[in-house]
Design a protein around this ligand. Structure first.
Ligand SMILES: Cc1cc2nc3c(=O)[nH]c(=O)nc-3n(C[C@H](O)[C@H](O)[C@H](O)COP(=O)(O)OP(=O)(O)OC[C@H]3O[C@@H](n4cnc5c(N)ncnc54)[C@H](O)[C@@H]3O)c2cc1C
Length: 334
């Protein structure tokens, strides 16, 4: 591992200034991803600015909207009573991620910015356009079973690994970013970016931009009726092979509100807006949910070994929505 300087920051402004002064510096959250990447030689910062001392509180506005500090630990967020009651998809997604020990270290800011688990990215002996621009992407012809089917490009088929971010996408969360001169608020869809021909950057952040918080809108009937389902190779302690965050409100058999996002299929949490549009205003039936999933997934461009993700995501989506609609496994309304 390359030698590096370590500093603890005392305020958001201080943290941003420290990075502005050093293009070789990086923020450090819980270190559960960055330190691993440093050990592997994938990340080689000369200076780490520890931001875990910045506000780790969950503040509530008068209307019930929540501002979650970037340094809040994943385990604390998962068990917060307001999150469990008003935004259950987020609590469930967090608890489905990693292990108890990791969640005790991992922070909200770090979780959003964790890097892909594509093994060509984490192995410095292999080419990877995301790690080394222009070096190539052997994943298309090589090992891509866990990689993307939506939003990928010729240059990169890596997926974003966070469970938490998928729930945040469905819950219409906003990321608060402190830049050198100003603070800005970015909806998840404007926070992450697709790879195109430059897969090196996962987000729209610039060097020195600090995530200070994530905001969740005031709770509604829709957010309270949300859930997260994750398919993985082992029952615990494994990244998703596919996942779905969904929220649904049904009145008189008709869908009046819906939110849907997929995980482990794209370079970012994939908000399924095409499916949402198809479902909204229609009957709350498995048939309608399946047709909507097919519409969304018609854009999929699977590779030979990950084509199963189309079917997997389709069934996860249909069964999750059906459960929220109160339809039992035989298709009858409960
Ligand atoms: C064995 C294992 C299994 C795992 N399984 C899962 C899983 O199933 N699901 C899942 O979602 N995750 C999983 N993870 C990943 C884990 O959730 C992430 O490593 C963790 O969330 C990263 O948070 P951190 O605070 O440790 O980030 P760090 O490792 O400290 O940082 C990650 C990145 O974020 C940047 N950063 C940190 N804080 C800020 C900030 N405030 N502003 C700007 N930049 C910042 C850092 O510079 C770095 O680039 C697993 C990890 C391991 C090791």
């Amino acid at each position: 591992m390359r030698e590096f300087a370590y500093e603890r920051s005392t305020s958001a402004q201080d943290a941003v200034e420290r990075l502005a002064a050093d293009p070789d510096a990086q923020f450090l959250g819980g270190g559960t991803n960055l330190v691993d990447l440093m050990k592997l030689g994938v990340a080689r910062p000369g200076r780490l600015v520890d931001v875990t001392g910045l506000p780790a509180t969950i503040e509530q506005n008068e209307d019930g909207a929540l501002r979650i500090g970037a340094a809040v630990r994943n385990s604390d967020l998962a068990v917060d009573a307001r999150i469990r009651r008003d935004h259950p998809a987020l609590s469930e997604a967090l608890l489905a991620g990693a292990s108890g020990q990791l969640r005790n270290m991992a922070t909200v800011g770090g979780n959003l910015l964790q890097r892909t688990r594509c093994l060509y990215f984490t192995d410095v002996s292999k080419p990877c356009n995301k790690r080394e621009p222009g070096s190539g992407c052997p994943a298309r012809e090589g090992i891509h079973r866990d990689l993307g089917i939506l939003g990928t490009s010729e240059a990169c088929v890596a997926t974003h690994p966070s469970d938490m971010a998928v729930a945040l996408a469905a819950l219409d969360a906003t990321v608060v970013v402190q830049g050198r001169s100003a603070q800005r608020r970015l909806p998840l869809s404007a926070f992450y970016r697709l790879p195109g021909d430059d897969p090196t950057r996962d987000t729209t952040l610039e060097h020195g931009d600090l995530i200070t918080a994530v905001e969740l809108p005031a709770p509604t009937e829709l957010s309270r009726s949300s859930t997260y389902r994750k398919a993985r190779d082992r029952a615990s302690y494994a990244f998703a092979v596919g996942s779905v965050a969904a929220a649904l409100v049904v009145a008189d058999g008709v869908v009046t509100q819906v939110r849907l996002a997929f995980g482990a299929v794209a370079p970012m949490p994939w908000r399924a807006r095409v499916a949402e549009q198809a479902i909204l205003g229609g009957p709350a039936t498995e048939h309608a949910f399946a047709a909507a999933m097919d519409l969304e997934l018609s854009a999929a461009q699977p590779l030979p070994d990950n084509a199963f993700k189309v079917d997997l995501t389709r069934s996860l989506g249909v069964s999750t929505l059906a459960r929220l609609a109160g339809i039992d496994e035989q298709g009858a309304q409960q």
